[in-house]
Design a protein around this ligand. Sequence first.
Ligand code: SF4
Ligand code: FES
Length: 295
Amino acid sequence: MSEKVIFKIKRQLSEKDSPYWEEFELPITDKLNVVSALMKIQKNPVTKSGKKTEPVNWECSCLEEVCGSCTMLINGKVRQACTALIKNILKTSKSNTIILEPMSKFPVVRDLQVDRQRMFDNLIQIKGWTPLDGAFHHQEVVISERKFTDHELEQIKLDAVIFNPETKTIKEAGSYITRDLAPQQPPKKADLRYTLSECMTCGSCVEACPQVKNTPNAFIGAAIISQARYFNLHPQGEYLKEDRVEALMEDNGLANCGNAQICVKVCPKHIPLTESIVDMMGEATSRAFWGWLKK
Ligand code: SF4
Ligand code: FES
């Protein structure tokens, strides 16, 4: 293996500017990954031919494959730059050149940084949130002066001024809010929810899917479908279940899936995306047949 690595980087100053290529050469050090290599290039932006140039722009945050912001094409494959070890890449490619490009399904902000807003817009379309946060059940109760059981006291968050802990009585009547925890879910369901929750909106599945085009109202993509399933499994999230299924029945929804199954192969979090698509297709079919009964 060569002692030096060459980075061939696709540069683009803005979404409207034309792309061009530049090469940079770095010594290979132990544990060097694509992000640490980009940091070295940023400190000394001189091309392989000795020309001083603009520092390369990219995005990163967590540096441990959690935020998804460093996702880019590395030797043509979509992946996270922070966990892309140079020695491993060179071993696989049997070349001393590594090609870095921005993802192609998102507008380029600059160089390797893209704008993943289309994914967040699609999350809004499927109502990718729970209607309430932090508590399962909010209820206004009018409390009169009486003794409360220990269980009730756990449920009611009281103002200490009016609560007498010795007699366990509430002195004044008023309105209070009960905050119960969400009911427990069977471990299998909770495990599935955890797995689905690991999506970091990195865009890898969007980039790899041949059905996702760069056109308005293009296919919503596997990540968003899987997130609809995730929120529908949530004890509070299921309140919006029917809205989410209907959102996935829109023109850019489930019907666009071509069953290429590449999404599931590129997902760094191993999210069962194809299973989510099948599951939501079942929900949509059931809604199409029986939805009118609920109207
Ligand atoms: S489903 Fe996987 S590949 Fe797609 S955005 Fe989420 S983490 Fe990335
Ligand atoms: S920096 Fe967060 S995934 Fe790479």
